[in-house]
Design a protein around this ligand. Sequence first.
Ligand SMILES: Cc1cc2nc3c(=O)[nH]c(=O)nc-3n(C[C@H](O)[C@H](O)[C@H](O)COP(=O)(O)OP(=O)(O)OC[C@H]3O[C@@H](n4cnc5c(N)ncnc54)[C@H](O)[C@@H]3O)c2cc1C
Length: 507
Amino acid sequence: MDNSASFDAIVVGAGLGGLSVGAILAQKEGKKVLVLEREPGIGGRAHHFKGDLINAPQDYLGPLAASTGWLVRSEPDLQSIVDDRLLAGYSFELGMHDIVNGAHSRMCHILESLGVPVEIVPLKACGFWVDGELHELKRGSFPWMDRDTYTEMRTILAAMLRMSVDEVRKHYRESLADYVQARTQNPKVLEFFDILGAFTVGMNSARELSAGEFILITRMPMAAGLHFADGTLGQMGGESFMQIAHNLASIVTAAGGAVRTEQRVTGIRVVDGRATGVTIAGADGHTYDIASDLVVSNVPISLTIDRLLPSDVVPADFVKHVHGLRSSGAFTPIFGLRTSVVDIPGMLMAKVPIDDPALQDGIVLGYEAHSLFVDGKAPHGKEIIECWVGLDTFQLRELKDTGKVNLVADAVRDFLAAQHPGFADALEWALYPAFDFVVSVAPTPEQAWDAMLDPKCPGVDGLFFVGESVKNYGGFMDGVAYTALLTATAITGTDYLAILPPYQREL
Ligand SMILES: Cc1cc2nc3c(=O)[nH]c(=O)nc-3n(C[C@H](O)[C@H](O)[C@H](O)COP(=O)(O)OP(=O)(O)OC[C@H]3O[C@@H](n4cnc5c(N)ncnc54)[C@H](O)[C@@H]3O)c2cc1C
């Protein structure tokens, strides 16, 4: 490897955020960009497993750990799953992944603008469990709601859609639960917003969500012409969401730059308040420096400050603020089944009670049988179900420390077994991974938008951040795409957010 080559910009981390900025700088600004990635592969938390390639427990546990994940338990034990080749023919995500807003997602807009689009497989339906019964959402009516309840729900939703951005801002510091309770006491409407809120924003309860964030996110798919009854989310075949990373990397290299894996950045060098390059520990353990006066960090912000920057180059109040940010995580069980037991090709949602004071809200469970509508997710005739339970990082760690995360695992498995006849008999294997970080700044009323960071690092010229702790709304990959455009704008002065339709850049 030629370490003497010079680069116009260095991006630390080949997650979707880092690669998006790198690709924009490379193609639109003609910069020679070097992207450095610590892991053997690119894509960061957008990681896809092919069961055929899991030949040892570490092939699964390694990528999990690299993304702040751990395996709570599995059935049978992981060594037996590997030895008996139970995962052969299945493919699945690190933990359930969907692309928010499907083919209209901000990430798709970036890829289209760079000339490397991907094919999105839309979800085709959406279902709600209410009072022990599964209802498929229909346009114009929700089957479990009587006429008055439906009208009440529609009235609240319609007011959210009509609201000016200034009005939305006023509701940013209020929880979604408080917002809805001020407008109705109807338990079915409250439950609907509780479950939808948990899904749109990815946490466990409307009490924890910013109403303003929910409003902006909920109107994005509607403005794009999508409808909840049709799913509004998307999947990808083949390499799944990692394909996005490969497409972006191809743009960087096509413009004369490079994407190098197994290159762990150990420090961002700063001289007289200016970024001057990075220090790298290569795969062979050899340490070397590369100079550039433009550095973009895609590494989680607290780690950038604690591990990569010299102490005292950034203001103390900024460090304090970053250390105070609350992240949110998820518990994402995955089940492989000998036969199919689910028949709705989309996201199914349920509120599942758990009899324990540590989980007084119960859990909001979402699950999808991807093999129903995406080729190659499970061997012919078999089924894969990926599940989502969004949990605050602190709560998740507490559940881990007390062993109560197993209660959540039991609740998910028992719910599926009770509601889908044949589930227990068809179950071939189960993995129960959990993740500390799904979004690094949880969209709580205290934090959403305002607590997030500007792209430019205070105190260090030439150093920028990209990734989900940078200002965005929408969160997840879609939020990361927003941050990439905001960061590219901050670096170059060109308004890259303009590639998005107006309803995706309301703030
Ligand atoms: C279980 C789970 C489920 C999710 N589900 C969804 C979903 O359904 N829909 C959705 O839109 N999003 C989902 N997400 C979120 C989505 O995956 C992330 O928002 C997105 O991938 C984050 O991208 P990023 O670029 O900000 O960070 P990352 O992907 O974390 O990228 C950071 C990169 O930096 C690298 N790095 C770290 N330190 C160094 C170093 N010192 N030197 C060099 N490289 C380094 C890392 O290895 C990594 O590749 C999910 C996330 C998880 C964990």
